[in-house]
Write a protein that binds this ligand. Structure first.
Ligand code: AMP
Ligand code: MG
Length: 273
């Protein structure tokens, strides 16, 4: 049932060299064909999400990570809207508060994981604790080094509780990031997305790539895989992510829950009075 997009899966333990992956890859897809296909995929995603909600047996946690302007918000806008809001939400992870920092790094994350029947999109995640925290030396190396294992254990726990964890690294080029940041500067409605602090992060591009490479390598597991998504073309990124989520949900082999036993055979209801 796996689609062509399964090639973006990072095999557990595989060494990742981001420089070897073309961020503008689109294969045979064009904007037009990808958008048409995306609509079909989203229609099917919508149905499977209703089934997931109806059955209440599985949850789905979608982790979105990548450099600034890589498209995390865009995916939530253009893919997550296939899911019914009754049982779907997005959770953003910002600089931790004092209270959050007083706890272990997974405390604030665990609190917003989806329950069975729910879908959550994480805009950034616990991976920040081995990315920005590592690059900016916010904790000693001995502390962040232990976190890969803690993350794998945590994600395994979720999986054993019925929550599927699927992680996407949105791979953009530094040139594409520059263009998107310039667009933000020139578009008044996008000024709120612009942070001068993002320049400092951008200046450490290579260090971030190294941190990402290690996170992808250490934490792509059979239980909670990482996908490396070429993300310079927004329409390709959206299609790849939607299709991978669809493939994963199809694999659950869900069906509609049956009518309650006492109601079986009933087709009409007697009028009152
Ligand atoms: P944005 O997603 O653009 O709104 O920015 C959120 C900011 O919070 C980014 O600069 C992240 O790197 C930062 N952030 C998120 N999680 C953490 C964390 N655990 N420690 C430090 N900074 C974080
Ligand atoms: Mg930002």
């Amino acid at each position: 049932m796996a689609s062509e997009f399964e090639r973006h899966l990072i095999q557990p333990g595989a060494k990742v060299r981001l420089a070897d992956h073309d961020p503008s890859e689109t294969r045979e897809w064009t904007k037009k064909t990808a958008r048409a296909r995306l609509d079909e995929v989203k229609a099917r995603l919508h149905v499977l999400h209703e089934m997931l909600h109806a059955n209440g047996k599985h949850g789905l946690l979608v982790v979105l990570q990548g450099m600034d302007a890589c498209g995390k918000d865009g995916v939530i806008k253009h893919v997550a809207d296939a899911f019914n809001h009754i049982a779907c939400y997005a959770a953003p992870f910002k600089v931790p508060t004092k209270v959050e920092l007083a706890h272990d790094f997974l405390w604030r994350v665990h609190a917003v994981t989806p329950g069975r029947g729910q879908v959550a999109f994480f805009n950034r995640s616990h991976y920040e604790d081995v990315l920005v925290v590592r690059v900016e030396s916010l904790v000693p190396e001995a502390v962040w080094r232990q976190r890969y294992e803690a993350i794998n254990d945590f994600e395994r726990l979720l999986m054993r509780n019925g929550v599927m964890v699927v992680k996407f690294y949105l791979h953009i080029s530094s040139e594409e990031q520059r263009e998107r940041m310039e667009d933000r500067l020139r578009t008044p409605e996008d000024h709120y997305k612009f942070r001068v602090g993002d320049f400092a992060t951008r200046a450490k591009w290579d260090e971030y790539m190294t941190a990402y490479e290690q996170a992808l390598r250490r934490c792509s597991t059979a239980e909670a895989p990482w996908y490396l998504i070429p993300a310079d073309k927004k329409w390709y990124r959206n299609l790849a992510i939607a299709q991978i989520l669809l493939d994963r949900l199809e694999r659950l082999g869900m069906s509609w829950p049956p009518l309650e036993e006492e109601a079986q055979g009933m087709t009409a209801i007697a009028p009152l009075g």
